[in-house]
Design a protein around this ligand. Sequence first.
Ligand code: DAH
Length: 346
Amino acid sequence: MQNLTEEILKATKEALDDISSCSDIQSLRKISSVYKGKESKLYKILTEISKLQGDEKKFIGSCINESKEKIDNVLLQKEQELKISEYEKEESEYLDITLNKEDKKLGSTHPVTQMIQKIVDVFSLYGFSHVTDREIETDWFCFQALNMDVDHPAREMQDTFYIEENHILPRTHTSSVQIRTMIKAKPPIRIISAGRVYRNENQDARHSFMFYQYEGLIIDNNISIADLKSILTQALRKIFENDKIDLRLRHSYFPYTEPSFEIDATCMLCQGKGCKVCDFKGWLELLGAGMVHPQVLRNVKIDPKKYQGFAFGGGPERLIMIKNEINDTRLFYENDLRFLSQLKKL
Ligand code: DAH
């Protein structure tokens, strides 16, 4: 019996020494299976117990249980210690990718995109639905259907880059969307569209080979110039966030409208008194508009005796330039963040 208790003590000490010198969870698991498994010394002693009698058997049995319990407790404690130290190690090595958050600047949509969104939102208040269409057009949709036949001199105002075959060209204005819409939809029609247009222009402060336009169209019964003036006045007041703006319609010429107008707004920088921006006129030229020409309606199979309408078109850049007193369109396309991030008033 003396021998057995000594063996139990020895086996227990061995196990406890191994556990305490263990430095990672994986080797602890191995040690645990060695000391708890059937190959362990304690298990072997347990098998000898059957040879003992009465009190002796009881005593050795309880010694083994006590030893197993001790080993289990120490294993559990060691496991917790190792888990904590591994967690602490992982945490100290953890790479926090959110660091230096202050240095990263958030991007934003381009001012022209923001202005187009504003135009679309404002006109939607008056029942205009937003439509988009292709930038590569045919000669018919861009010119002929808009009353500009092949030799029409008005084409000279909008020279473009022709692709000889199939009469395909990059659209010179968004007015082609009017034709695309009227061919598909029946009146009443109320649409607003915006996008890129292309012209064969020399680059200077006021001209660019690519720029943006917005285009509006209403076709319905009993539409008059009064409707044109009233809707555009209300919409432009909302876009400029200025209720004092009035509109002035100046006679102009577009082959696809009759009568045609150049629309001027009260200069919002001097409230119509006259300043450098409005050339001391008190008015700023904003967009072109007019009553849709009966021939255009006939071209898209709408009866001009039953339906009338008005159309308008202009550049979103012009609206931003007025609000921010900018005098060079090229700045919009140079992608200089110092310029783009200054444009707060849209
Ligand atoms: N398409 C014209 C341009 O590019 C703008 C315009 C004028 C559009 C009169 C219209 C309109 O719809 O009725 O200069």
